[in-house]
Write a protein that binds this ligand. Structure first.
Ligand code: SF4
Length: 458
């Protein structure tokens, strides 16, 4: 499998300057809103600790809670299926649809179905899948994957959306008013809800004690997807289990605050049993999760509640865009999940980070994200997954950093060298990161020189 070249893909994203600037501003705005909302809750840090403890407890008793969930869901009238991997998940969903003669599926947002590449799988079998979340619908109409797990089309300007809608929905290409665009999507999606043979949702949480699926949305599209068709299929990753309904409050209080800086989502829907005359099928999907649970350094990543806060705060993600990661999951959470799916393909991603720890600081379930990124770097090195140039450069850097005299000499030479280096040596086709930014001017003195001059005798 070809390696993802994140730096190269990012350089293309940055070329569209207006989009890149907007992307950065919009996500930083979400981060700031998150900060303001969190400040209103004095118990925020305590909530994070409790949320983390609930998740760790659940993950270390996962088999028991999954079986409890299954028993209760079946008692409620749902049918539970188990999918070992993406292929089994897709086959189960296809069989459910095919056996009932279903040709159309309206679907609320679900990263898991993207992970399983379910939509193309069903489309190849003549089943039409209509995304009903606004952002997902924009991305579907533009034939692009989501670039963010919460705001899938955040890399697009509204003029881009106007262009996509004009081409696909026949709207006025010159009208990029957000209300006009949202209403156009609403009007064109509604008929699909009314005629669809089946509806699909993901799950933010699956409660073992009650067998309930909980879905948090702001658009009400999940509820329409469930309540209009006669067949409701839920795709849920096995890590989404929480033990008790009382635990839900901990996560619901933090999910939307972390994601969008709003106190709660407009809808927090509980789906427990099928309505009279309808069916509810729940597909519990592993797809590499059990294996990750056995990885002592990385099982913490299974605590993730997919809020996207780590993406919004990450300077690399904000400036490189989600599509540059070439994976379903991007940003810091993607960097720690993706290599578990395919080590070689995603071997460059752990280097798409400054390791500043901001992701870890905002994570509502206290995942040590930047530590895991660092660990993945070590693994890439141990398993010979570093490109030749990086490997050589790192070995040289290791020698220099491990020798104080050499380090000080190198620092002095670099300072002088950078001042006089011809521009083409720094800013050329081979250096993707140098295309959009300037190296700052070096300080007239190093910290050590300053310290010796000012504090050395004290
Ligand atoms: S890793 Fe943490 S911050 Fe990032 S999406 Fe998951 S829960 Fe949110």
């Amino acid at each position: 499998m070809k390696r993802i070249d994140h730096a190269e893909a990012s350089s293309k994203f940055i070329e569209a300057k207006d989009n890149a600037d907007f992307h950065d501003r919009r996500l930083w705005d979400l981060r700031q809103k998150r900060d303001r909302e969190k400040e209103k809750l004095p118990e925020w840090e305590e909530l994070r600790t409790i949320a983390s403890a609930i998740k760790e407890h659940t993950l270390t008793h996962l088999a028991d809670y999954l079986e409890e969930f299954e028993r209760n869901a079946v008692r409620n009238g749902a049918t539970v299926h188990w999918a070992r991997d993406a292929a089994e998940h897709n086959e189960i969903v296809y069989r459910l649809l095919h056996d009932r003669g279903a040709r159309t599926l309206v679907k609320a947002k679900s990263m898991l179905t993207d992970e399983c590449e379910m939509r193309p799988f069903l489309e190849r079998r003549d089943i039409a899948v209509i995304e009903t979340d606004l952002g997902e619908r924009i991305q579907q109409l533009d034939d692009e994957p989501p670039s963010h797990i919460v705001v899938p089309a955040v890399h697009k300007l509204r003029t881009d959306v106007a262009e996509v809608f004009a081409k696909t929905l026949g709207t006025d290409p010159k009208n990029s008013d957000v209300h006009y665009l949202a209403e156009s999507q609403r009007q064109t999606t509604r008929p699909h809800f009314l005629t669809a043979d089946a509806g699909m949702t993901g799950a933010n949480f699956a409660v073992a004690e009650t067998g309930t699926i909980v879905v948090c949305t702001n658009e009400g599209n999940a509820d329409l997807s469930v309540h209009l068709p006669k067949l409701h299929i839920v795709s849920v990753g096995i890590e989404k289990i929480i033990p008790k309904i009382e635990h839900l409050g901990v996560f619901v209080r933090m999910l939307s605050r972390s994601a969008l800086g709003s106190p709660i989502t407009q809808m927090t829907s509980h789906f427990r049993s099928p309505r009279a005359g309808t069916e509810m099928h729940i597909v519990l999907v592993d797809n590499g999760r059990s294996e990750r649970l056995g990885m002592s350094d990385f099982w913490y990543s299974l605590k993730c509640i997919r809020c996207g806060a780590c993406m919004n705060t990450c300077p690399v993600y904000r400036r490189s865009g989600g599509l540059s990661y070439g994976a379903t999951y991007s940003g810091p959470i993607g960097v720690i999940i993706d290599p578990a799916f395919d080590l070689r393909k995603y071997s460059a991603l752990p280097f798409a980070s400054t390791l500043n720890g901001s992701c870890t600081a905002v994570c509502p379930v206290r995942i040590d994200i930047h530590e895991q990124i660092y660990k993945w770097r070590q693994i890439m090195s141990e398993r010979n997954q570093l490109p030749f140039v990086k490997k050589e450069a790192m070995q040289l850097a290791g020698k220099v950093l491990g020798n104080p005299r050499l380090y000080r000499a190198a620092l002095a030479a670099a300072g002088a060298g950078l001042e006089h280096l011809p521009r083409f040596m720094m800013y050329n086709r081979l250096n993707a990161w140098g295309r959009q930014r300037e190296v700052p001017r070096t300080a007239p003195a190093t910290f050590r020189q300053w310290y010796l001059a000012n504090r050395g005798q004290k």
